[in-house]
Structure formats: structure tokens, C-alpha cells
Design a protein around this ligand. Structure first.
Ligand code: PLP
Length: 296
């Protein structure tokens, strides 16, 4: 079993605290560890032959699954969106890392990838990868939510507002389910649109939450110079790195909402740092190619 480091919340200022989930394990970062924990236990105890999961070229979930598989000696398969990437593994830090952990990368076309949840396609995959345990894209399922319900501890009951970045919504749902009804859970989607509300409602046991959709910066893995400047300033001020896909957008949103009064000045806020720092290298390669400001 992988062990989780327990860490104290870090105080940023009088109002905002940060939960350093990015430090819970040296290689399996943040919320992806929480989401994998019970899935890996099940795969091991029920003698599955390995783990098969899905992701894009910069996926934190792919990197985390590869690292966890290596640490536990469980074979892993990553079904990767985009056939063209097969010849570019060495230029992509996330895929290169996953491969170095021993993950088998299976590149598929974008149209095949769209079938990633259909029973027919999963059956085809299981014919090749017999007795593998399947985890969906982004790692969200009921066991993942169970793992994310362990992020908040008793000392976190002092906070009025708890903030988290949102991809599939699994992490947010875990926070909702383990919070007090009097606490407000705010999710900051890192992508545009989608069916998040429905997905969260499916597993959420309380209604003390909201999605604040104004801070996606154009969509998934999209950034602008305002965001990069904010990240670099944040790191210089607090000595805490943020990732460009998720946590930077949440943190930007929190400070903006406090300034505009959407979050009241007297509210005590806990921001969950869900990790994702492995994505910085890949983002910086893209920014450099476009001759834009990079993340320090
Ligand atoms: C995947 C990820 C998220 C989103 O988690 P979901 O459970 O899919 O909403 C947030 N932050 C980081 C750093 C992530 O890697």
C-alpha cells in the first residue's frame, strides 16, 4: 500500500489557508492519489492483472497511475487520446514520464477515444488486456469519491469556505460529502461548459456547493499572460508552486472573489492544492514555442 503524508494547512494570510495535498506523496500527486487509493486496493485484493485507464497528452491522472503502478508493482496501461502522439513520446514530459514508470501507452484516434465509456469498446480493450481493472478518464468513480472524502479532517471544520479546482468533479464531490452543512464548498471549473452539475449531483449527499465558472481562462489547459504572471507572483510571495491547468485558476479566482466581495472579508477560506505540478514542464515547452512568458 502507498502511504499518505499528513500535513498541516499553510497560512497564506489572515483569511486564506492552503491544504498542501500536492505534498502527500513524492510521486503520486494530490487528488489523483486520493482518487486512486481505494481503486488500487480493490484491484490488488481482487487479483486484477493490472490497471487500465484513459487520458490526454498532459494528464495528471495518467502520470499518477503510472507512478502508483510502478510503486506497487502493478502493470498499467494508458489509453492515450491522439494517434499522432505515438511518435512524440520523447517530446512530451507527461508521456515520457509515464513510459519511464513502465506504463504501456496505447495511442488511439480521437474518434476511438470518444468511445472510452461504451461497453463495446471496453470489452474490446479487455480482450487485449485480460483481467485489467478499468478506471475512467480523470479517475472519477464511486471509490475515487470515497478517497476524496478523506481530504478534509476535523480541524478543517473551522473554515467557512472550502475551494477546489474542478475537472470531472470527483474531488469536489468528496469535499461536499465530508463537509459540514454550514460550510460552503466552491468549485472552480478548469474547463468550459460540460455536464459537471449533473455529474456532481449524482454522487453529492449535500447541496452546500456552487460552481464558479468565471475562471477557466478560455478552457482546459488554456492560459494567458495574466494567469502566468499571477502564478509567478504567487510563488515568489508564498514559495508555493501552482500548476497552470487547475490550481492556478482556482487561486486566481479566490483572490479575485475576495477583492470583489464575492467571498466576504470575514470568511475563513481553505484552498485545496490538488497538485498537478508535473504539468508545468509540458506547459512551459508550449509557451516557449510560442515565445510567451514561462512559469518559473
Ligand atoms: C485532476 C485534477 C483536478 C480535477 O479533479 P476532478 O476530481 O476531476 O474534478 C484538480 N486539480 C488537479 C491538480 C488535478 O490534477
Amino acid at each position: 500500500m502507498l502511504t499518505i503524508n499528513t500535513l498541516e494547512n499553510i497560512r497564506l494570510n489572515a483569511q486564506v489557508y492552503l491544504k498542501p495535498e500536492y505534498l502527500i506523496h513524492p510521486r503520486v500527486s494530490g487528488n489523483k492519489f486520493r482518487k486512486l487509493k481505494y481503486n488500487l486496493q480493490k484491484a490488488q485484493s481482487e487479483n486484477y492483472k493490472g490497471i487500465l485507464t484513459f487520458g490526454g497528452a498532459f494528464s495528471n491522472h495518467i502520470a499518477a497511475t503510472a507512478a502508483a503502478g510502478q510503486a506497487l508493482n502493478i502493470p498499467t496501461v494508458g489509453v492515450i487520446r491522439g494517434e499522432e502522439l505515438a511518435s512524440k513520446i520523447d517530446q512530451n514530459p507527461t508521456l515520457r514520464y509515464a513510459k519511464s514508470c513502465g506504463m504501456h501507452l496505447e495511442f488511439v484516434s480521437r474518434s476511438t477515444y470518444k468511445d472510452k465509456t461504451t461497453p463495446e469498446y471496453l470489452k474490446t480493450l479487455l480482450e487485449i488486456f485480460k483481467d485489467f481493472y478499468i478506471i475512467p478518464e480523470g479517475g472519477t468513480n464511486a471509490l475515487a469519491i470515497k478517497g476524496c472524502q478523506e481530504i478534509l479532517t476535523e480541524t478543517d471544520q473551522q473554515f467557512d469556505v472550502i475551494c477546489c479546482s474542478v475537472g470531472t468533479g470527483g474531488t469536489l464531490t468528496g469535499l461536499i460529502n465530508s463537509s459540514l452543512p454550514s460550510q460552503k464548498i466552491i468549485g472552480f471549473p478548469a474547463l468550459k461548459g460540460g455536464f459537471l452539475n449533473e455529474d456532481i449531483c449524482k454522487f453529492a449527499t449535500q447541496s452546500n456547493w456552487e460552481l464558479w465558472e468565471a475562471y477557466h481562462f478560455g478552457g482546459y489547459a488554456k492560459v494567458d499572460s495574466k494567469l502566468i504572471t499571477f502564478m509567478n507572483h504567487f510563488k515568489a510571495t508564498y514559495n508555493i508552486p501552482l500548476d497552470p491547468v487547475y490550481t492556478a485558476k482556482m487561486m486566481y479566482g479566490i483572490f479575485d472573489a475576495i477583492q470583489t466581495g464575492q467571498i466576504p472579508k470575514e470568511a475563513k477560506v481553505l484552498a485545496i492544492h490538488t497538485g498537478g505540478l508535473q504539468g508545468i514542464e509540458g506547459m512551459n515547452l508550449r509557451l516557449k514555442q510560442k515565445q510567451l512568458q514561462t512559469i518559473v
